[in-house]
Design a protein around this ligand. Sequence first.
Ligand SMILES: NC(=O)c1ccc[n+]([C@@H]2O[C@H](COP(=O)([O-])OP(=O)(O)OC[C@H]3O[C@@H](n4cnc5c(N)ncnc54)[C@H](OP(=O)(O)O)[C@@H]3O)[C@@H](O)[C@H]2O)c1
Length: 254
Amino acid sequence: MSMDLQGKACLVTGASRGIGAAIARMLADSGAIVAVHYGSNKAAADSVIESLPGTGHMTIRADLSHPEDAGRVVDEASSEMGRLDVLVNNAGIFSPHPPLDVSTEAWLESWGGILAVNLISPAVLCQAAAKVMAEQGGGRIINIGSRGAFRGEPECSAYGASKAGLHSMSQSLAVALGSKNIQVFAVAPGFVETDMAKSLLDSDAGDAIRAQSSANRVARPEEVAEVVCFLASTGAEFMTGGIIDVNGASYLRT
Ligand SMILES: NC(=O)c1ccc[n+]([C@@H]2O[C@H](COP(=O)([O-])OP(=O)(O)OC[C@H]3O[C@@H](n4cnc5c(N)ncnc54)[C@H](OP(=O)(O)O)[C@@H]3O)[C@@H](O)[C@H]2O)c1
């Protein structure tokens, strides 16, 4: 499926690999101009750009573990593309820190690092994007959360908390920015076939993880990208404030 996003200026963070790369490709397939943000993997970001149909795409590098620099990503994307219609906050990290196995210093360091990339930088990007979008008369913000916010993350509670925070921020901003014609969504995937999940999916735990869904598999990155493209499209306007599950019924929340 491909939506009509002809000429829409879109910024996708963490688009050098995985879900973000699939989102960038599907947005461009739908006619959008895409700013491909990456953290450290320039070669991968360049190869995503080369694979995109159309012209006007660009790469932007920024380490989102430094939230004070995150607003620059929006500034560069919007000045190069002339506007910003869609922001997808996709970049994220997961690193295990079982509560009883690490020192307080390591626990704090892990919490700080994960919250910086997964929640605080997206908050800065949202604020910068909202300013641009309000001036131009509207826009869409789509934040990639996680099933883990609902189901729990026993090996990485900071990850679960960061994603719960991202969901909550999306809902608050949907209310705060609605009068400016800015719609805000969160997408909450279960496991997805990417580098982030690879070691677990390839481990002895892989079969049990796939069996969490009655489809006996995890999501493909393109399945998350389809949902994001729909949320970026005209028809999704009144879904603002929604948190959309993409988990193959592996976890049903009330
Ligand atoms: N995979 C899953 O099972 C799953 C499930 C639920 C939710 N999610 C969420 O979906 C999103 C994408 O996940 P994924 O599986 O596609 O991850 P991935 O394959 O590990 O890719 C992560 C992306 O984020 C970027 N990134 C990481 N740290 C960064 C930093 N400090 N500064 C800037 N960019 C940084 C990476 O850029 P570089 O490589 O260029 O550094 C890369 O493009 C994340 O928010 C994740 O939490 C994933």
